[in-house]
Design a protein around this ligand. Sequence first.
Ligand SMILES: Cc1cc2nc3c(=O)[nH]c(=O)nc-3n(C[C@H](O)[C@H](O)[C@H](O)COP(=O)(O)O)c2cc1C
Length: 255
Amino acid sequence: MRAHIVLAHPERKSLNARLARMSEETLSEHGWATTLSDLYSMGFDPCDRPEHYATRANPDAFHVQTEQRFHAERGTTPSDVAAEVGKLSQADFLVVHFPLWWFGMPAMLKGWMDRVFVYGSIYRSTMRHDTGLFRGKKMIACVTTGSSAEACAHDGVEGDTRLHLWPILYSYRYIGFDVLQPEILHGIGSATYLEAGEDGVNSLDVLAERWRATLRNIETRSRVAYNRDCDFESSKRLRPEAPELSPFISHAAKI
Ligand SMILES: Cc1cc2nc3c(=O)[nH]c(=O)nc-3n(C[C@H](O)[C@H](O)[C@H](O)COP(=O)(O)O)c2cc1C
């Protein structure tokens, strides 16, 4: 069994980097072979741009999906992307580590998804959702926030972090993954978190151990529920009798 770990954080002393190392260590202890994409230290270019393609399907206008598909079909996907696709494809389990930045993911991770979820090979209209390439494989996001759990709650001033994560995780569902409930570690960054208590344990240690326990029990982690393909009409709208599983796909508009 192989796990691939993606880290989107520029600092190796950060909590996110520590959690990614813990993922490698803990999964290895449990018999997984692991690979890691530490995107900043790799110098991964998160921008798809014409310079990545020596030849072009359309030299007159750069259309990302056209070029991705053209090169995927010829086996000429840019080498940095092809290497990432290889690691993803070989993995049975994907772990993605990132801090919440401006209510979303860091641009580095967004760009990795823009480039590595290649149109034509990772997804296409006949290969998404229930028929996604990675169906049968699990993924989990481990996310840190600067704000407190209270501020990130459903009635908190930051808005519900689980809703902020919904569109991000839906991209992984789109390409077929079974998305596990994310681990969200709140309140990282305030000075109190860096100070050890009387027992010598600081709050970061407590949060890191929470993540270790999650990994150890990953087989029992519940999944995010998504509508199945058959819940939608041919017009792509939710059938009246289909369950409503999130505010993003609902019978009545929420806003
Ligand atoms: C550009 C930027 C944007 C941020 N936006 C948010 C945010 O929207 N919500 C939040 O709770 N924290 C936000 N933060 C704080 C980070 O989430 C926090 O510093 C990080 O989770 C701490 O983990 P680390 O020590 O691994 O960096 C932001 C930080 C940066 C640098």
